[in-house]
Design a protein around this ligand. Sequence first.
Ligand code: SF4
Length: 172
Amino acid sequence: MDLNALSVEEFNMQIYNCRKCRLWQGAKHGGPGEGPLNAKLMLVGQNPGADEDEAGRPFVGRAGKFLTKTLAEYGIKREDTFITNIVKHVSSKNRKPFDDEVRACLPYLIAQIRLVKPEIIVLLGESAKETPRIDGIEYIQIIHPSAAMRFTKMGEKFRQQIAELAKRIQKN
Ligand code: SF4
């Protein structure tokens, strides 16, 4: 199936009804991601957590709120970004998704990147490094907001990274 031939609603339904790996079994809601389809900035995390599973939306828990607030402090509105995860269903006890689960889910993210065609993709933490690389897009890895919240030094570095990102966007 050509995922890019689908409307957003049809695409999201594919994820809600997806059974391509085992993760749907323990999830309440799939989380396709959200944001404008012409976003210049895409933010990618690893997988939804419990709050995201409950809401069916990415980065809505404490770390997500911290991310949203920090972006706003540097003039980046979350609603102007497309935000999603590599894997679209929560995993038990928030374990790292297995390789076969990542492989099964990656076509959704690839389709989203092709659809949105962002200028920059921000990888939220080391765990987002499996995000596929597509020519013509700049990839920037930053500290995961949950680590930035908990550790002072990482929090300072995270702020620097967001400040640099804001400057980088203004240049474009
Ligand atoms: S995690 Fe991805 S591949 Fe696995 S069931 Fe959910 S949408 Fe499908």
